[in-house]
Design a protein around this ligand. Structure first.
Ligand code: GLU
Length: 404
C-alpha cells in the first residue's frame, strides 16, 4: 500500500491545491493496516459481503469484569484529568505484574511506567524521545508498518534488516550487526511478531540484546502480543537483560484483553526516559482515558478472571491458526507458521498488493498487502475473526493463489 498523505496526490479542488504538507509529514504513508479495515467497512456499508481478515484486533468482547470496573469508575466520578503518566494505582499494577512475571532485570517501579493512549502512542513517544536526525534505527523486517513511519517522524532513518525464510523471517544478531553503522542508535524488536506470528526464542533474543548492550543501542521491545502464544511462554526482554538502562518495553491491554478501543498502552523505561516521554505526552494528548485506566487496573489485578479470559481467547486463536495453516499446507502454499499473535504471513507468489486487490475485489476477502511491512511479495491474514470466516477466507485465498 503506497497511500500518501492527503494533498500529495494530484489536487482536484482549490482547497486541496492550497494544501502543501509540511516537511514533517511529506514522506508519511497512511497506515495500511488501518486503511484495509476502513476499506472493508466501506465495502460492507455499500452492501457487499466482506470477510475481513485484515483487522489486527481480537473479535471478542472485552471481558465482563473489566467492563464492570469501567462502569464503577464512571459512577464514582473518575471522569477528570489524571496525571499525564497515568494514575498511580495503574502504574503500580503494571509494575507489580511485570515484576511478578519477569524477574530477570532490576525491579520496576511506578516511576518507570508511562501510560499512553494505546501502545502505538507509547512507541511514538519512545521514538520521538530517543531518536533524531542522523540516527539510524534497525528494524527486523517484516515488521509492523508504523515502526518505519514513527522513526521517520522523529527524522531518523529506519533501516530494514530482512529475516530469512528458514527462520520464519526472524533476524539474527549477526544480521543486525551487518546492517549497523556508526550512526545506529537503536533497534525495534517485536516478539511475537506482527505480521508473521514468529516468536523469538530466549536464546535468540539474548544474543540480540547482548549485541545491543555491547554497541550501546537503545532497544524498544514491543511485547503487545506476548500473552498470545501457542507453545511455551514467549520470552520478554525484561527477563533477559542485566540492566534496563537502555531498554524500553512496550505493552498494553489491547490484544490480550480484547480492549483495542479502550486505548491503553504503556512503556516501562529508565526513569529519565519515562520523564521525557511524560513531558512529550503532556503537550500532545495529556492522560489516557481515566475510565479506561481504571478498567485496566481491574484487568491486571483480577488475575484469575483475566487468565481465564485470555486462555479462552488464545484457545480460539489456536483453533483458527490450525485450520488456516492446514489449508495452506494442503495446497503447498509457502507461509510462516505462526507460534504467536493472530497473523498468518503468506507468500503471495508475486506482487502482494495486486494479490490483495484481486482477493478483495473478486472474492470479498480483505487482507493486508506485505508492502506495508516492507516485504511486497507477501500478504498478511489476520485470524482474529470467527473460524468460519477464517476457513472460508483462506479457502478463497488458496483459489486466488493457485490461479495467480
Ligand atoms: N496493530 C494492528 C494491526 O497491525 C492494529 C492496526 C494498527 O494500529 O496498525 O493491524
Amino acid at each position: 500500500m503506497t497511500a500518501t498523505v492527503p494533498g500529495t496526490s494530484p489536487a482536484r479542488t482549490p482547497a486541496e491545491a492550497a494544501f502543501t504538507p509540511s516537511a514533517n509529514i511529506v514522506e508519511l504513508r497512511e497506515s495500511a493496516t488501518i486503511a484495509v479495515s476502513a476499506r472493508a467497512r466501506a465495502l460492507r456499508a455499500a452492501g457487499r459481503t466482506i470477510l475481513d481478515l485484515g483487522a489486527g484486533e481480537p473479535d471478542f468482547d472485552t471481558p465482563r469484569f473489566i467492563r464492570a470496573a469501567a462502569e464503577r469508575a464512571i459512577d464514582s466520578g473518575a471522569t477528570h484529568y489524571t496525571a499525564t503518566e497515568g494514575i498511580l494505582s495503574l502504574r503500580e499494577a503494571i509494575a507489580a505484574e511485570a515484576n511478578d512475571r519477569y524477574r530477570g532485570s532490576d525491579p520496576i517501579t511506578p516511576a518507570d511506567v508511562v501510560v499512553s493512549n494505546g501502545s502505538k502512542q507509547s512507541l511514538f513517544n519512545a521514538c520521538f524521545a530517543l531518536f533524531g536526525a542522523g540516527d539510524e534505527v534497525l528494524i527486523p523486517t517484516p515488521s509492523w508498518t508504523s515502526y518505519y513511519e514513527m522513526v521517520g517522524l522523529a527524522r531518523a532513518t529506519a533501516v530494514p534488516v530482512f529475516g530469512t525464510r528458514a527462520r520464519g523471517l526472524k533476524v539474527t544478531a549477526a544480521e543486525l550487526a551487518a546492517s549497523a553503522t556508526p550512526r545506529t542508535r537503536g533497534l525495534i524488536l517485536n516478539s511475537p511478531c506482527n505480521p508473521t506470528g514468529s516468536v523469538y526464542t530466549a536464546a535468540e533474543l539474548r544474543e540480540i540484546l547482548s549485541l545491543a548492550a555491547t554497541r550501546g543501542w537503545w532497544v524498544l521491545s514491543d511485547e503487545i502480543y506476548i500473552r498470545i502464544v501457542y507453545g511455551a511462554p514467549a520470552a520478554s526482554a525484561l527477563d533477559l537483560v542485566h540492566t534496563r538502562d537502555r531498554l524500553i518495553v512496550i505493552n498494553g491491554v489491547a490484544k490480550a484483553y480484547a480492549m483495542t478501543g479502550w486505548r491503553i498502552g504503556w512503556a516501562i523505561a529508565p526513569r529519565a526516559v519515562a520523564a521525557a516521554m511524560t513531558a512529550l505526552q503532556s503537550h500532545t494528548t495529556s492522560n489516557a482515558s481515566s475510565i479506561s485506566q481504571h478498567a485496566t487496573v481491574a484487568a491486571l489485578q483480577e488475575r484469575d478472571a483475566a487468565e481465564a479470559a485470555i486462555a479462552h481467547m488464545v484457545g480460539h486463536f489456536r483453533a483458527r491458526r490450525d485450520a488456516a495453516t492446514a489449508l495452506l499446507d494442503a495446497a503447498e502454499i509457502p507461509h510462516v507458521r505462526p507460534d504467536g499473535a493472530f497473523y498468518l504471513y503468506v507468500d503471495a507468489g508475486g506482487d502482494g498488493a495486486a494479490f490483495a486487490t484481486r482477493l478483495l475485489d473478486r472474492y470479498g476477502v480483505a487482507v493486508v498487502p506485505g508492502a506495508a511491512f516492507y516485504t511486497p511479495d507477501w500478504v498478511r491474514v489476520s485470524y482474529a475473526a470467527p473460524i468460519e470466516s477464517v476457513v472460508e477466507g483462506v479457502t478463497r485465498l488458496v483459489e486466488v493463489r493457485r490461479g495467480a
